[in-house]
Every structure is written in C-alpha cells, then in structure tokens.
Design a protein around this ligand. Structure first.
Ligand code: WTA
Length: 634
C-alpha cells in the first residue's frame, strides 16, 4: 500500500510490490475475461485442484433452469479433500486447528489428530443410527467439537444443519422440525464474557417441542449441571469411550450433487428457509475463492473470526481452509473479554497471518481506541478481510492503518448464504477503494439493473443481479423448490438472472458498491434477520395486535431494529411495556434480535390489499420522501 490517489469517487490504495510478487494470481483482467468466456472450461480446470473418486461426465447441466447441476456424474466427498487427502502428504502432521477457549484453555489438532477425532465422532453417529441422507442438527458453542461434529456427519454421508448457538429454543425447534432431524448434537454450555451459556437447557426446551428427535449427544464443555433424559440424552465422552467408537472410519462416497448441508437463513416469510448446498460445487468454490482471494500459502495461520453457525463460518472457517490444508485459528468467546485487546493478543500469540471478520466487529473494537492494538505486535498479519455488511470508509481506514499498519490489503468480500462463497471481492493485487467490494470473482458476471433488467448508469443505484450460474450456488430451499424459484429467480425470469436482494452501484471504473438490502431482510451487526420473524415474535405477545419492523442506520451495528406496534384493547404503551416487548423478541428469536426501539402507534401504512408498507415507515423515520404512495391506504 504505497501511494494514495484521489479519484472522483474515492481514494485508491495500491498493493505493495511485495504483495504483487508473492500473489497466487498476478493479473486479474485477462483471467477474468477468460473465465467468463469459457466458464465451464475455467471451472473444469480449477476442479483439477481437488481429488475426485470419479470425474464428471458433464461440468454444468442447465437443462432444468434454475436448478443447475455441477460436475454431474462425479463422485466425491468434501471430507476426502478437507482431510483424507492431506493424510497422504506431509500435511498429515501440520496443524489443522488451533483453538483457544475464552477462559484461556488451548487445544490443537494436526490433520492426523483431526481425522482421528472425526472418525471417532462418525462412529458414534453411526452407532446412533445416523445414515446417508439424514439431516443432523447441531447446536453448539464455538468449540472444536462443533467442527468435528460437522465433519463427522458429512463423512458418513449425512448432512448437517448447524443452528447458531445464539438462537432461542423456539428458533431451534422450528429448524429441527423443518429438517426432520432425528439426532441433535449440543453441548452443556459455552463461555461468553466470563459467563456460562445455557445451551443444553435451550436444547431441552426445543426438543420438548419437536416430535422428530430421538437422541441427543451432548459434549461436555463447562461441566455445569444439566438435565439429561434417560433413553434420549447421551454424553459424547461416554459414547466415544465405547469400543464401537474406533479411530477408523471410511469416508462415504457421495455424488457431486448430493446434499452436504442445509443452513437456515431469513427471508420474507417467518418460515425458516433451509438453503441446500452440495458436495462437489461447494468444495470447489469455497477452496478456490479462499486460495485466490486470501492468497493462501502453506505457512499461513488463518483466522476467520465468524461463528461456524453462519455461512461465513461454514465456508471460510471450516471447509475452504481445510480443503486448502490451512492452519485455522478458532476462538470461543467475546472479542473484548476480559479486555479489548483479546483479539490482538491472539494474533500476536499465534502469529496469525490473515484475519477475516465483519465491519461490526471492527467498529466495536475501534471504539476502545488504538491503545489496545498498539500494545501488541501485529506484524505477522499480511492480509485482512471483511464480510457481512458494507464497511464504512472510516472503519476501513482504521482497520487498514491501525491493524494492518498500511501494509495489509483489505479483501472486502460480498456474498450470501445462498452464494456459498465470495462473489464480489478484490484480489491482493487489486487497487482498493474503501467501502467497495470491487469486482466479480472469476467466472461470475454481476450487474446492477433496473426493474426491467437494463443496466443502470455508472454511479446510479439499482438492483444487484448475478447473470450466470456458479459452482457454489445453493441448489434449492429444503422441501420447497417453488419458494426457491419465487424468491431468487422470478424477478428476472426472462433473462435467467439471480436476484440478490441488495441494492448497489457500479462506478465509472467498474467497481461495485453494495448499499444494502432492499427486501424484507435487515442486517443487524452482520446478523441476517427477517422483518417477518421479528413481527411474528412481537404479535405472539398478548399485548400486540399488529407489528411492523424496519432497519434504521446505527453507528455500531450497521442497522438497528425499529418496530411499530398496535396494541390490543386494554393495553397502554409505556416504558415498562417497551422493555418487556424487547425482551420478548430476544427470548423468541435470540439476543442478537433485540429491538432498538418499540414505537406504539394507532395505525400502520398499508396498501389497499393490506400489506404493510415498511418502505413508507422507513422514509418517515429518516425524514425522506415517501416515494410512490398511490397504493397507500392508511
Ligand atoms: C450483506 C453473509 C456489503 C448483503 C456472507 C448480503 C454485504 C447479505 C457484504 C448476506 C459486503 C455481505 N458488503 N454487504 N462485503 N457481505 N453483505 O446470508 O446485504 O448472512 O445480501 O451472508 O449480507 O448475508 P448472509
């Protein structure tokens, strides 16, 4: 990062010669051009970086759009590439995971050791009757056993559904139900800000509401007292000590398009939406994006500070890095516990070389001041990453200067649960503009268009679309193909484009600037929440007859949840009721969904057909023009 140069939209930050010389990819434009002109060939060539039990008959099957299939006829298992193949090389004894618990305890696993633990867990799962095609739900804190459990499920041909450990029993129960899971894996608790979380208690509540669960495996983390129901609940360590849980287990042969995992995300209705990802394409897309964007080398210590319970954790904490044989850093707790230097201490202690995190985390740590990172030697860092929401230039510059010492390029990656991996992103060689995710990754064509599908002019706002299929794409929504089509593919049906649900601009240099969601999704601290989920949590409270939720800008969280509620007869709005309602939403959904503000109102802006016009509420709150209100009936 040497010279800075003003352009009409923003400053440019250039990579140093050293970065360019060492980069895995030294030139973007020509390879990009090649990759979109020869899309299938490009991916076929990249697929040579993986091992396949059997190669494909066809790279891409587009015969039943938008249900694309990749590497049709091929046989693989992501575990073969993430673990098994490394055991045949010197990487067998390379560190796969370095984990630090919040209380300071440390565990490390070589690829050899990780394989042993995964095999053991896989045999435990087999002994509980888990088979190919089953979906196992996992609800755990950020401990290595979470990763081991995910890998074990997949090794025996089942699929996982990881539910983030911050979700409520209600949310967990509905996800278990939708996936029809028979087995749940959880832990007695985890550590967060010096306190123990009640994971098993929440899991028990969820299980009491779900008809499908037959057995639950609990990993001991905190040793707190928990209720174990006989015939249903088993301690992992008891099962693992049984002779059936040997250290050897064959990896199940899967076809490329077999289900690897489902991951629930928020959408327009309250019903959970389980996006389906598959073995072949996802293995390829996560590993290739990880290797090229983050310029991964064998001596890296990679730290993706996301929870494995979200897509970022799936793709870039677990699968992409393991396939690339990378050493992964993992930390259980809060970034500012016991002091705001915890992350910087971890980077110094373990020599982390690449840090990938969210703008919310950066803004949160920035608040404590430069003195905290300045106490630590962060010189091991060579690259930084950002994901989950737009990064404001102020946070970008702080990250660049204070953490990256002006020598670490920042990879601002735009993507979604649906895309499986990064779609827009710089490479280390790309001149950067703070706040822009720059350009499409190889093989991808993205555009910003109007309602009719015409590209908007440079620097004009429009809708972000993806014009062609890519291997990492979600294949469908579990059990609801129609919803998959309606949600993503109907708006630009004639063109066959995928609608991202974000608004964006492209500037005169072809750089993309993602602005934010334009649908019923709110990104709060990087968490993806649906307005419908928040509203249904509110109306489940006896005082509420109708509710609307919107996101409004928030300095730290990016967006905060503001709600508008109509009370039932006999209830009066008060500060006490406001805090009760906030707590109610948090207990229905999880603490991360705590609303910022509850507004008591007499009526809500609606269309004549009765749909709440959240857009109007937002415009009013921001003092902006309400736009077209011809359908408004208040
Ligand atoms: C937002 C997270 C701007 C966006 C990987 C997207 C971003 C949603 C960025 C998906 C970024 C993600 N710049 N916005 N670099 N990355 N987003 O499914 O609104 O949790 O649609 O996946 O996050 O959220 P999800």
């Amino acid at each position: 990062m040497q010279e800075n140069k003003e352009t009409s939209t923003s400053e440019l930050f250039y990579p140093s010669d050293e970065i360019i010389q060492n980069a895995n990819i030294k030139e973007y434009d020509s390879l990009y051009q090649y990759s979109i002109e020869n899309r299938e060939k490009f991916w076929e060539e990249q697929a040579e970086s993986l091992e396949w039990y059997k190669k494909w008959d066809q790279v891409l099957d587009s015969s039943n759009k938008p249900f694309y299939k990749w590497f049709v006829g091929a046989e693989t298992n992501i575990i073969h590439n993430a673990i098994d193949r490394h055991l045949k090389t010197w990487r067998k004894n390379k560190l796969a995971i370095i984990w630090e618990g919040e209380p300071g305890d440390v565990k490390t696993y070589s690829y050899h050791g990780l394989n042993r633990e995964v095999c053991k867990f896989a045999n435990v799962l087999k002994s509980m009757g888990v088979k190919k095609g089953d979906i196992v739900t996992i609800y755990m804190p950020q401990i290595p056993e979470l990763v081991i459990a995910m890998l074990a499920v997949v090794k025996i041909g089942a699929a996982h559904s990881v539910v983030y450990g911050g979700f409520s029993s209600e949310s967990l129960a509905s996800r278990i139900q939708d996936a029809k899971s028979k087995v749940l894996i959880t832990a007695d608790g985890g550590w967060r800000r010096g306190k123990i979380t009640d994971l098993k208690k929440i899991a028990n509540e969820a299980m009491s509401r779900s008809a499908t669960i037959q057995s639950c495996i609990t990993v001991r983390r905190t040793s707190q007292e928990v209720y174990m129901e006989s015939g249903r609940d088993y301690w992992y360590h008891d099962l693992a000590n049984h002779p059936v849980a040997s250290n050897k287990c064959e990896t199940e042969v899967m076809s490329s398009e077999d289900m690897l995992f489902i991951l629930y995300t928020s959408g327009t209705t309250g019903k959970p939406k389980g996006l389906v990802h598959t073995h072949g394409g996802y293995s390829l897309y996560t590993s290739v994006t990880h290797k090229y964007i983050f310029d991964i080398k064998d001596d890296d210590r990679w730290w993706c500070a996301a929870d494995p319970g979200w897509i970022t954790g799936h793709s870039y904490l677990v699968y992409g890095p393991l396939i690339n044989g990378t050493t992964i850093m993992m930390y259980e707790g809060a970034p500012n516990y016991p002091y705001p230097n915890r992350w910087w201490q971890i980077i110094e202690k373990y020599g982390v070389t690449v840090l990938y995190t969210s703008p919310t985390a950066i803004r949160g740590l920035m608040r404590f001041g430069e003195q905290w990172p300045e106490r630590h030697d962060l010189s091991s860092l060579r690259l930084l990453g950002s994901v989950g929401e737009p990064i404001n230039p102020e946070a970008w510059k702080w990250y660049h200067k204070v953490i990256g010492k002006e020598k670490c390029p920042i990879m601002d990656t735009w993507w979604q649960t649906e895309t499986g991996g990064a779609m827009l992103s710089p490479l280390p060689i790309t001149p950067l503009k703070p706040g822009s995710a720059t350009k499409p990754f190889f093989g991808n064509e993205l555009a910003v268009v109007d309602e009719a599908g015409n590209e908007v002019k440079p620097n004009e706002e429009g809708k972000l679309v993806i014009k062609a299929p890519w291997p990492g794409m979600a294949r469908t929504i579990l059990g609801d193909d129609q919803r998959y089509v309606d949600t993503y593919w109907n708006d630009y049906k004639a063109q066959g484009w995928y609608k991202a649900g974000d608004s964006a601009k492209v500037d005169q240099d072809g750089y993309f600037w993602v602005i934010g969601r334009i649908d019923d999704v709110i990104k709060v601290s990087g968490y993806r929440l649906g307005t419908a989920e928040i509203e249904s949590a509110l109306v489940s409270h006896p005082a509420i007859s109708e509710a609307a939720a919107i996101g409004l800008p928030h300095e730290l969280k990016g967006n905060a949840i503001h709600t508008y509620v109509i009370l039932r007869n006999g209830f009066v709005g008060s500060e006490k009721l406001e805090s009760e309602l906030k707590e109610h939403v948090a207990s229905e959904m999880g603490k991360f969904a705590l609303p910022e503000k509850i507004n008591f109102v007499e009526q809500l802006p609606k269309t004549r057909s009765g749909k709440i016009m959240r857009r109007v509420l937002k415009a009013r709150a921001l003092g902006q023009d309400e736009g077209d209100t011809s359908t408004l009936e208040e």
